[in-house]
Design a protein around this ligand. Structure first.
Ligand SMILES: [Zn+2]
Length: 105
């Protein structure tokens, strides 16, 4: 059984929107440390170790499924929940927009 270490590189980009914050997960790439010691910068198109030629596609797929899945894509954050509630309740949002335009007029 080969021992492969993986690190996911990525970050959230936070957009300030009138009704709250939007969180966008930006997965950059996965760093895979091959059992031969080579650390490789892997993405869906680059899964082969440049040192020993081992194909790490399986590892990458597993990691992507686990770390780049829904839990990562939808962070648990109060602001995010508020924004989601706003989006789900469009009537309230429309009313808020109207109030806002009155304020500005
Ligand atoms: Zn290798």
């Amino acid at each position: 059984m080969s021992k492969v270490k993986v690190r996911i590189e990525g970050h959230y980009e936070v957009e300030d929107l009138p009704y709250g914050k939007d969180y966008v997960w930006v997965p950059a790439h996965a760093l895979i440390e091959c059992d031969c010691g080579q650390v490789m910068d892997a993405d869906e198109h680059h899964t082969t170790c440049p040192n020993c030629g081992a194909d790490r596609a399986d590892v990458l797929r597993e990691v992507a499924g686990r770390h780049l899945g829904d839990e990562v894509l939808h962070p648990w954050h109060p602001d995010y929940e508020v924004w989601r509630t706003f989006k789900e309740n469009r009537t309230e949002y429309q009313e808020w927009l109207e109030l806002r335009s009155l304020d500005q007029g």
